[in-house]
Write a protein that binds this ligand. Structure first.
Ligand SMILES: [Zn+2]
Length: 259
């Protein structure tokens, strides 16, 4: 992981202006630890409660768990503590949907200190949609997926890069694919032997290219040297950001599916 490639942190004003306020409160004595500032567990709690509001907003609530027997488990957290919160400070949580796959979703919370007008923490969270009966991951149903996608589209309108830590991502994004056919045509399956690679700016929506293991060029001829790669099981032409030229080239090579 190369630290210098991390996007810059947004300012208090950027967050407060661009993102919906989900939760707020005042820091009390009970929030403090022996260092005299808000203890880390409360940041996680602020983000968790804020996250739950977002979940309820897309329909994942008590009724959903009871009637549809599905829900959401938290799988990962990544917290960056940036500025202290003290007694009497006003805190605000602004939380957004970042991305989703068929079964997992990535959220990002900003905890602001509204009294000092500083960004106090960021909390990234990975959620997995589950069956409440067998406690295993299960795909988001179409209606919920559509609602999440509309919120992710809104997040993508933000004019500054999200300060994601790079510790987690959903893998293959499924945004906009809630209408995908249940049966995937054979020709659209990911091709073994072709790895998907992308630049650091991949979250900005740049194309993902196909590349064979060990080669320094993508199938479409882009220089691949010096890039930082995300390794995926296979180049997936169903991804909306899959490079169109790579897709065509990969399909035209006989036997590439058996490599
Ligand atoms: Zn390409």
């Amino acid at each position: 992981m190369v630290g210098s490639t991390r996007p810059p942190l947004p300012t208090y004003d950027q967050v407060a202006e661009a993102l919906p306020l989900v939760l707020e409160g005042d820091v009390a004595e009970k929030h403090l630890d022996y260092n005299g500032h808000v203890n880390m567990r409360h940041y996680v709690k602020f983000a968790a409660v804020s996250s739950d509001r977002l979940l309820r907003g897309v329909g994942i609530d008590d009724d959903y768990r009871a009637e549809r027997r599905m829900g959401s488990f938290t799988a990962e957290h990544h917290v960056r503590y940036l500025a202290e919160l003290h007694v009497g400070d006003r805190w605000q949580a602004h939380t957004v949907w970042v991305d989703r796959s068929t079964k997992a979703a990535h959220q990002l919370s900003f905890v602001l200190n509204a009294s000092s007008r500083r960004l106090s923490a960021t909390v990234e969270m990975m959620l997995v949609h589950v069956s409440m009966d067998d406690r295993r991951a299960e795909a988001f149903p179409k209606d919920v997926a559509r609602r999440i996608d509309s919120r992710i589209e809104r997040t993508r309108q933000i004019r500054w890069p999200l300060p994601l830590g790079g510790a987690m991502d959903v893998g293959v994004s499924a945004v906009g694919r809630s209408e995908a056919r249940v049966e995937t045509p054979r020709a659209a399956l990911p091709r073994p032997g072709w790895l998907a690679s992308s630049s650091d700016l991949d979250d900005a929506g740049l194309p993902r290219h196909a590349r064979r293991f060990g080669e320094d060029r993508t199938a479409c001829g882009e220089a691949a040297t010096g890039w930082r790669y995300r390794w995926r099981p296979a180049f997936d032409p169903r991804e909306p950001v899959a490079c169109a030229r790579c897709r065509t080239i990969v399909w035209s090579i006989p036997g590439s599916s058996s490599v």
